[in-house]
Design a protein around this ligand. Structure first.
Ligand code: PMP
Length: 388
């Protein structure tokens, strides 16, 4: 019997065989020629995946929270004002990190769980002036709410603030065009749509953010995160020279280079379209099974994950039966509604059969807990979208 389950949570995700082979290669020195070449190539490919030709990529060992920490440590000086466009759990985290580096933080919050702040509310906050930067969580993984990054970034630009996007649950899945949309810094982590096991903090820093960093007067308040140290390392590897500040995560960086190559072979436009199509198929199944979703409307919903509410009379014991059927999904995370919903990640190398398998396992779980529905209704709805 197969003991492996399909991992359909919003990160870590299922990784491709090529990525896993890179993880299993005998580790070399971080100054070995084959590592230098792979690191240099990965940095070049980051620009193409983030769609930011004039950006400076950083690849550092750590998780997505380190990428957030690094953005704040290098861009904020004590006394700066920061605006957090807050769609949930990870907006709160960004606010706390910014405060740790001395920023005065103002949050523009959604009016209800599952909603995103209105552009007009963000604009009203920006008009009061005095902000150095604003942060946006592209996809809030706790609620599956997607922010209108394009519209928000345009507002940020208009008001002369640096635009920082937490793209941990979006980069390489959800459409994000860093340079064209005027995003000054976009960050992610390896374990999500970029398709590499956990352990890398990734970001691309645009020219305005670099300028702001070079103009700072106060020293960076975090030794490990300081771009003064990391910038020459990134430049060295890209020029196919070795460098050392902290030992790079050799196997993860090989795996990153493989994954970025696979992403670019698919093409960014095709990749965004695949995520949209699979997401629509999965969401159609959820609706056909009588479940509502946390995001309040389709235009505020992520393509990389889905957050369905349990139907009446069903609770999280159903998730154990979904697992029995071979698929692992995630429970709720947002403290206000934690017990009322679950989350399914569908990003990275995900395909139509993963979607159908997951819908089938959810139907099995619902049936096992006695929920009344027509078996196959979810599968038929997903197939109808996939066959379009
Ligand atoms: N931001 C978002 C939107 C996330 O989804 C996550 C992780 N789920 C993080 C930040 C933090 O990343 P990590 O867990 O890798 O530190």
């Amino acid at each position: 019997m197969k003991d492996r389950k399909l991992l359909m949570i919003p990160g870590p995700i299922e990784f491709t065989p090529g990525v896993m082979r890179a993880m299993g290669m005998p580790t070399t020195s971080h100054v070995a020629p084959n590592f230098i070449e792979a690191f240099g190539q990965a940095l070049e490919r980051m620009r193409d995946v983030f769609l930011c030709p004039s950006g400076q990529p950083f690849v550092v060992a750590g998780s997505g929270s380190l990428a957030m920490d690094m953005a704040a440590a290098n861009l904020v000086e004590p006394g700066d004002r920061a605006l957090v466009v807050n769609t949930g759990y990870f907006g709160d985290r960004f606010g706390a990190i910014l405060e740790r580096y001395g920023a005065t933080v103002n949050h523009v919050r959604a009016r209800a769980v599952g909603d995103a702040p209105a552009l007009a509310d963000v604009e009203a906050a920006l008009q009061k002036g005095g902000y150095k930067l604003m942060t946006i969580t592209h996809v809030d993984t706790s609620t599956a709410v997607a922010a209108d990054v394009k519209g928000l970034a345009a507002l940020g630009r208009e008001h002369g603030v640096l635009v920082v996007v937490d793209g941990v649950c979006s980069v390489a899945g959800e459409e994000m065009r860093q340079e064209a949309w005027g995003i000054d810094l976009a960050l992610t982590a390896s374990q999500k749509a970029i398709g590499v096991p956990p352990g890398l903090a990734l970001m691309v820093v645009g020219p305005r953010a670099r300028g702001a960093f070079h103009k700072r007067k106060a020293p960076v308040g975090c030794y490990y995160a300081d771009w003064t140290q990391w910038l020459p390392i990134m430049e060295a590897y890209e020029a196919r020279q070795p460098g050392y500040y902290g030992t790079p995560a050799v196997n993860l960086i090989w795996a990153l280079n493989v994954s970025l190559g696979q992403i670019l072979d698919e093409g960014m436009g095709a990749r965004f379209a695949r995520h949209r199509r699979l997401s629509e198929a999965f969401k159609a199944a959820v609706t056909a099974l009588g479940m509502k979703q946390v995001p309040v409307s389709a235009d505020k919903t992520a393509m990389t994950l889905t957050a369905p509410y349990f139907p009446d009379g069903v609770d999280r014991t159903m998730l154990g039966h979904v697992k029995e059927a071979g698929v692992i999904v995630a429970g709720g995370l947002h403290p206000e509604i934690k017990a009322q919903y679950f989350r399914v990640g569908h990003m990275g190398a995900v395909n139509a059969s993963d979607i159908l398998t997951t819908v089938g396992a959810i139907e099995y779980g619902l049936a096992r807990v006695g929920y009344k529905f027509e078996p196959g209704a979810g599968l038929a709805a997903a197939q109808a979208v996939l066959l379009k």
